[in-house]
Design a protein around this ligand. Structure first.
Ligand code: AMO
Length: 441
């Protein structure tokens, strides 16, 4: 008999049915046995009334013995008779069992419980993900990425897969993973930065990539991983970073709308969170102004350089929420001193870049910018950052043979999910987290 997904049982007629999944609970009672079986779509109650002789003596009942011996987590296929019954709390249906076909039994002692620490849960991530709430994160991720991809494809973007083995750094040299590479060494890509830019002189016009990025960042914060999925886009023929922000905010609206439409009710039931589709345009505040605003609120950013800090980001997000009722804010025009050499400077102020960070619910989710495409200035900027232009020669070549003005952004996928679902930690929003002390499973 073909398998029916549990979520489709309510809409199926009474009669013979087959469902497959894993055992969530067994209630082994004297007169009747109940098993709650879960699959990827939901849970259903299986019932088996025990068999008795007329004098009340229990009869031989192999099925009852099988049920009594079931351990939580056992994967099986159940066949039986579907019955609609409004008194059944779990979905208004139950399956009266004819047979159980066990595929693999689980060890009865489950290594994690609901109150286990995050670390312990991550050790047993495949069991942790059997919880509907934890699994939902990845259905939402699928919807989000699908909506983004649909947006890109409908707007004529080309999808790229750039190499993750590199000969040089693309971001800070401090966060570089070095790997053996035959007789020499290579680096794991920190960002597709150089290669997504390369698509502009290649004449692709508009591109995107969703792929892995690696950062040898030793910090143990709630928002850093050593490997993360980077969502990147890069477009030609922009006038300024404003054009990049327009793309970025439209993309986010498309993604959030899709998530709200498909999962809004589940998210509110399982996470207690209402997904808000952001309104356009997102607020934009130059960084210097943001710093004055939060200083007026009593917070001075304790940094020697011109950068913002995580508390400052929370503060400005709180201000934006109070003032504009918005969960997002673009902080723009970061100082050249704290931005990479490839960010374009303002024509009328060398000290500022045509760049932004996007803050969502108080945390940075993205960096974007117009790129410097004029080779002489690019080389000067690289030198000013202490970089050796010779090492960057392959990248600089992109600009020597003609290139259009362009810009783009990189965005951390798990950070978006973490903040959307109000999760306490990026580990909860990543299928398998990688950090300084985690390489397993
Ligand atoms: P940046 O270094 O700001 O910019 O990274 C872009 C976004 O990637 C995410 N991110 C991380 N997520 C989890 N763990 C990490 N260790 C981590 N590091 C970064 C964040 C961050 O905002 N090339 C530029 C982007 C560009 O200009 O196009 C870049 O990589 O969400």
């Amino acid at each position: 008999m073909t398998r029916t997904l549990i979520k489709n049982l309510a809409g199926s007629p009474d009669g013979d049915i087959s469902v497959s999944g894993w055992v969530e609970t067994v209630r082994d009672q004297k007169k009747v046995q109940f098993v709650v079986l879960r699959d990827e779509s939901g849970a259903v109650q299986l019932v088996h009334p025990r068999q008795f002789a007329e004098d009340g003596a229990p009869l031989e009942d192999a099925l009852a013995d099988t049920i009594s011996a079931l351990s939580q987590g056992t994967f099986l296929t159940a066949t039986g008779e579907l019955k609609h019954d409004e008194r059944v709390k779990l979905g208004g249906v139950e399956v009266k069992l004819d047979a159980l076909d066990i595929s693999t039994r689980a060890i009865p002692e489950t290594p994690i419980a609901e109150d286990s620490s995050v670390d312990k849960r991550m050790d047993w991530r495949f069991l942790d993900l059997r919880q509907p709430r934890n699994a939902l994160v990845f259905r939402i991720q699928t919807t989000l990425e699908h909506a983004w991809r649909t947006y890109w494809v409908e707007h004529d973007f080309v999808e790229l897969h750039t190499p993750k083995l590199m000969a040089s750094a693309s971001e800070s040299k401090a966060e570089l993973f070095k790997v053996e590479y035959f007789d020499g060494s290579a680096y794991l890509s920190q960002s597709p930065q150089f290669f997504k830019q390369m698509a502009q002189p290649a004449g692709f016009g508009k591109i995107f990539e969703v792929g892995p990025a690696f950062r040898a960042d030793p910090s143990f914060t709630s928002r850093h991983a050593t490997e993360f999925t980077s969502v990147d886009s890069e477009i030609s023929w922009i006038d300024s970073h404003e054009d990049v922000m327009k793309l970025h905010e439209e993309l986010l609206v498309a993604g959030f709308q899709a998530v709200k439409d498909k999962h809004g009710d589940e998210i509110s039931a399982l996470f207690g969170v209402e997904v808000t589709v952001p309104t356009l345009p997102f607020p934009r505040i130059p960084l210097a102004e943001a710093k004055s605003i939060i200083a007026e609120r009593g917070y001075e950013v304790p940094r020697a350089d011109d950068d913002m800090d995580p508390e400052g980001e929370r503060q400005i997000a709180a201000y934006v929420q109070e003032t504009f009722g918005h969960e997002f804010v673009f902080l723009t025009d970061y100082a050249s001193s704290i931005r990479p050499f490839y960010h374009m400077r303002h024509a009328d102020d060398e000290g500022l870049t045509k760049s932004y960070d996007l803050i969502y619910n108080g945390v940075e989710i993205s960096t974007g910018a117009q790129r410097e495409h004029r080779i002489d200035i690019l080389i000067e900027n690289a030198k000013a950052k202490g970089l050796d232009p010779e090492e960057l020669d392959f990248y600089l070549d992109f600009f020597r043979y003609g290139t259009p003005p362009h810009g783009g952004f990189g965005m951390g996928l798990s950070r978006v999910l973490m903040l959307m679902l109000h999760l306490p930690n990026i580990r909860e929003a990543t299928y398998l987290f990688r950090g300084p002390t985690r390489l397993l499973p």
